[in-house]
Design a protein around this ligand. Structure first.
Ligand code: PGA
Length: 280
């Protein structure tokens, strides 16, 4: 199972920075192709950049498609439109993700973006319930669950964020807090191809502080238990990402923890060289 390394750019970067980032990425991608193939890279830029990045990725996967057709002695007419777009998505070195979606698929919701729109613009993932949304936009776990349902209805893989505050951790109530958050954030009837939970303690986001290996391992154990006991028949695969002050200095150690199957990277993902080091 490939580890997932997801970049959450939050409200950062515009077109010039994207060009620099993508140039750097593709240079590294050709040079370190085999190593980078081993991880699933998910990029979650601000929504207004999705179409732009999608087009760049599309150009790149056209070249790959031509190679495949040459190799297999096939022509474009031999594929259906769905097959072509599936092949091209599969060939991409980067999967695209949204940073949030509304729980309705369309309607009068000024300023929001729907799961349908994300899907149309080339997304395969969407971050849901990030603590900055839970706090700044007052999103409860019940709302998060509805958003997860919307994402699943559009075949997007939700990256569901959970994590305790410093106060909850100090009171040693983090396990029960996260347990409840997960339980309430997952819609009752949902079936997942991939269930991705990002454990992001609020006190570690953007602070340079990270939990100890033992603390992350304890949470990974709890999540694994919830998956096995409660969600067995509702997801084919289960991933726990860790997020919060991940850098190239601590990424390896965190990825080596039993039960950790990826990372959600904020600030350190803005710089492409630093992000690549995290992926390698
Ligand atoms: P950070 O953010 O890596 O800058 O701490 C992580 C996140 O909020 O997802």
């Amino acid at each position: 199972m490939k580890k997932i390394i997801a970049a959450n750019w939050k409200m950062n970067h515009a077109f010039d920075e994207v060009d620099v980032w993508m140039d750097g990425f593709f240079k590294n991608y050709s040079a370190k192709y085999d190593e980078l193939q081993k991880v699933e890279i998910v990029l979650c830029p601000p929504a207004f950049l999705l179409d732009y990045i999608d087009s760049e990725l599309m150009d790149d996967s056209f070249d790959d498609l031509e190679e495949i057709m040459k190799r297999d002695h096939k022509k474009v007419e031999d594929f259906s439109a769905e097959e072509l777009s599936a092949i091209m998505l599969e060939q991409r070195p980067i999967r695209l993700g949204g940073q949030d979606c509304h729980h309705e698929l369309a309607g009068s919701f000024t300023g929001d973006i729907s799961a349908t729109m994300l899907k149309k613009v080339g997304c395969e993932y969407v971050i849901i319930g990030h603590c900055e949304r839970r706090e700044n936009h007052f999103e409860s776990s019940e709302i998060v669950a509805k958003k997860v349902q919307a994402a699943l209805s559009q075949s997007l893989t939700p990256i569901i964020c959970v994590g305790e505050s410093k106060e909850v951790r100090d009171e040693s109530k983090h396990l029960e807090f996260v347990y409840k958050q997960i339980k309430d954030s997952i819609p009752q009837e949902a079936n997942f191809t991939k269930l991705v939970i990002a454990y992001e303690p609020i006190w570690s986001i953007g602070t340079g502080k990270t939990p100890t290996v033992a603390e992350i391992a304890e949470m990974a154990k709890l999540l694994g238990k919830i998956f096995n006991e409660k969600l067995q028949n509702r997801a084919q695969e289960f991933f726990m990402l860790y997020g919060g002050s991940v850098t190239s200095q601590n990424a390896k150690e965190i990825l080596a923890i039993d039960g950790v199957s990826g990372l959600l990277v904020g600030k350190a993902s803005l710089d492409v060289e630093e992000f690549i080091k995290i992926c390698l």
